[in-house]
Design a binder for this molecule. Structure first.
Ligand SMILES: Cc1cc2nc3c(=O)[nH]c(=O)nc-3n(C[C@H](O)[C@H](O)[C@H](O)COP(=O)(O)O)c2cc1C
Ligand code: SF4
Ligand code: SF4
Length: 592
């Protein structure tokens, strides 16, 4: 098993300095162009309530690679995310996960089940993300692109995976520090650099999060889930959502949908995971009991559909086994589970036509093609991970929101409540119990199936028969957009330079955890994260690595470059690119 280089987050001053510098030199933030920033439309209100808290849109990253580091969270916000399910934190924060850990070649598999940062680092990343968003909300240059009022957003914690773990001082301290981040904000504020230095004395809201989505690991006993929810409500006063697994559908239903209806016969289900996981009868009792428990304490409770599906790994891509399936087929499974739960527990859930108290959050293959139907079912928020790992990355959120706005406008709906009503009326007129059954029928048996079945999702990304080299490539930009950590950036090739290709690509080595996603989408043969120049800002990390690599230090207005042995001849080319006066390295040299 190969283990990854550790993630080394950039400090707050470097991140804010980069925002200012990148804006000034290329009008992008963390490589996202302004055309992909989301701005509230005048005539459509997409706002929702997440466990009683307002959020200006019903979408955001699901717990995963897009909600782990500060710049990831900021990228999501710029593109329109307003509900952030933060990457799950657990007491065991030094686990080695085999690399690569993300396989999006077809539908979506991963083995990235645990956070890759220490708990204290995760806390700092979330607070940094929170502070940067607060600053950007008020930063004048952004106003034409995000509007005068970008609307409220919600940070939702996620912890796992057992009661003993969440009771430890480490995890309890993490939760407490997001409930009141005053000390962390006070510690970080002096780092705020120009041109944002006026925010050093800003009154940042200190309650970063007071809701939590509990990630239950496959096989977690029901009594343990119940005890964890009660503990989180009682000890920390949190409103809690439990993330449920698709195994709740039962083995025969999953086989029928996945293997027969959608033709994924080759996916090897893990029968044991169905035996160990919560089953539907117990889930119904659990939901009723926990809702009552929450209501008695004036707390809110909800469920999330769904976590990933555990399957055996028979693909030759990820080293770890089992692996976790997400993406299009999971959308069908989660929609079927929602329809089952709505029929079994009428009046329980906070969705159209039911008006119950239990919020239903959704994460399963959400994408532009189904956002309107998903939100129309009444679930909120609709969070996503797999779709954001595809080319376009965070920039896929804005067109997704525009699609929802367009569909709502065409139906004469100006608020999400009106859209729910419209979806309800349409489904009933079509003879369905409600929009969940209508959507499920469409994607399991109707026209919609063609987006979700094997035939729509079996082709690997396009490739060209050429070995990837350090300089020059087809310059598709995929490595920049599919990287959840924004570890890649590009620079235009200077006129007359001794390099092929329109653009040159670089890896900020400390931000790369070797997840493998850029390798999957790169059309050339090779791993961009290993082949393209690896730039280090941290001398000790530079010293640890092998192969090509370049250490950058500030020198005058630019950077000086130290190459690893054997790669000195490349330093001249790097110097020409990184010290270019027009664009150059996106990070402010003085902050290094
Ligand atoms: C790479 C990756 C890492 C993930 N990490 C977590 C995690 O730490 N905690 C968690 O509860 N879910 C995790 N998930 C599951 C997602 O939050 C989400 O529920 C699931 O992927 C389904 O949504 P999707 O089809 O949009 O990907 C992860 C998913 C992916 C793809
Ligand atoms: S650079 Fe590639 S391997 Fe590294 S984190 Fe980004 S997508 Fe993953
Ligand atoms: S390295 Fe690969 S993915 Fe990145 S721009 Fe070049 S060809 Fe595209």
């Amino acid at each position: 098993m190969e283990n990854a280089a550790p993630l080394t987050p950039f400090p707050l001053d470097v991140l804010l300095g980069r925002i200012a510098h990148e804006w000034e030199t290329r009008q992008r933030i963390f490589d996202l162009p302004t055309g992909r920033f989301w701005k509230r439309p005048d005539n459509i209100d997409l706002s929702m309530e997440f466990l009683g808290k307002p959020a200006a849109t019903p979408v955001g990253p699901a717990a995963g690679p897009h909600s782990q580091m500060a710049q990831n969270i900021v990228l999501g916000w710029l593109a329109g995310a307003r509900v952030f399910e933060l990457k799950t934190v657990q007491v065991l924060d030094d686990i080695d996960i085999g690399r690569p850990c993300i396989d999006m070649e077809t539908i979506g598999f991963n083995t990235e089940w645990s956070q890759e940062l220490k708990v204290a680092e995760s806390l700092e990343e979330y607070v940094k993300g929170w502070m940067i968003i607060e600053i950007l909300r008020q930063w004048e240059p952004l106003e034409p692109f995000v509007g005068t009022d970008p609307g409220p957003h919600v940070f939702d914690m996620s912890v796992g995976y057992d009661l003993a773990g969440i009771q430890t001082d480490k995890v309890a301290g993490f939760i407490g520090s997001l409930l009141d981040a005053g000390a962390e904000i006070d510690r970080l504020s002096p780092q705020i650099p120009e041109p944002f230095a006026g925010f050093r004395d800003h009154d940042f809201p200190t309650r970063v999060s007071d809701t939590l989505t509990l990630s239950t690991f496959h096989g977690c006993p029901p009594d343990e889930i119940e005890a964890m929810v009660k503990h989180l409500m009682d000890r920390h006063g949190l409103d809690v959502i439990v993330k449920l697994n698709p195994t709740l559908l039962g083995f025969p239903r999953v086989v029928e949908i996945l293997q027969k209806d959608l033709a994924y016969e080759h996916i090897r289900l893990n029968r044991l995971s169905f035996v160990d996981d919560l089953e539907i009868g117990r889930a119904v009792d659990l939901i009723s009991d926990l809702q009552k428990y929450a209501a008695d304490r004036e707390r809110r409770f909800g469920v999330k559909l769904t976590n990933t599906m555990v399957v055996n790994n028979d693909r030759d891509v990820l080293p770890d086994d089992p692996m976790y399936m997400s993406g299009p087929p999971l959308h069908v499974l989660a929609t079927s589970l929602l329809d089952d739960l709505l029929s079994t527990m009428p009046g329980t859930f906070m969705v159209a036509g039911h008006d119950g108290p239990v919020q239903v959050s959704f994460s399963a293959g959400v994408a532009k093609g189904n956002i309107s139907a998903t939100v129309g079912m009444g679930v909120a928020p609709a969070t996503l991970s797999s779709d954001l790992l595809r080319p376009g990355g965070y920039g896929r959120l804005e067109p997704m929101l525009r699609q929802l706005e367009k569909d709502m406008e065409a139906a004469g709906s100006h608020t999400l409540a009106e859209w729910h009503q419209h979806s309800w009326d349409e489904a009933r007129a079509g003879g369905f119990r409600g929009p969940a059954e209508a959507h499920m029928t469409n994607i399991v048996k109707g026209h919609g199936k063609s987006q979700y079945d094997l035939y729509a999702n079996e082709d690997p990304p396009r490739s060209v028969d050429h070995d990837l080299e350090m300089w020059g490539c087809v310059a598709c930009n995929f490595c920049v957009t599919v990287c959840p950590n924004d570890a890649f950036f590009r620079l235009p090739t200077p006129e007359g330079a001794d390099m092929s290709g329109r653009q040159q690509y670089f890896v900020l080595a400390e931000l790369c955890n070797e997840c493998g996603n850029c390798m999957v989408f790169c059309p050339e043969n090779g791993d961009p994260a290993q082949v393209k120049p690896k730039l280090y800002l941290d001398r000790s990390r530079f010293g640890l690595g092998e192969g090509q690599g370049f250490f950058l230090e500030p020198e005058g207005d630019g950077v000086s470059i130290t190459a690893r042995q054997g790669f000195e001849s490349e330093a001249g080319r790097l110097d020409e690119l990184l010290n270019d006066r027009v664009e150059g390295i996106p990070i402010r040299a003085g902050d290094l």
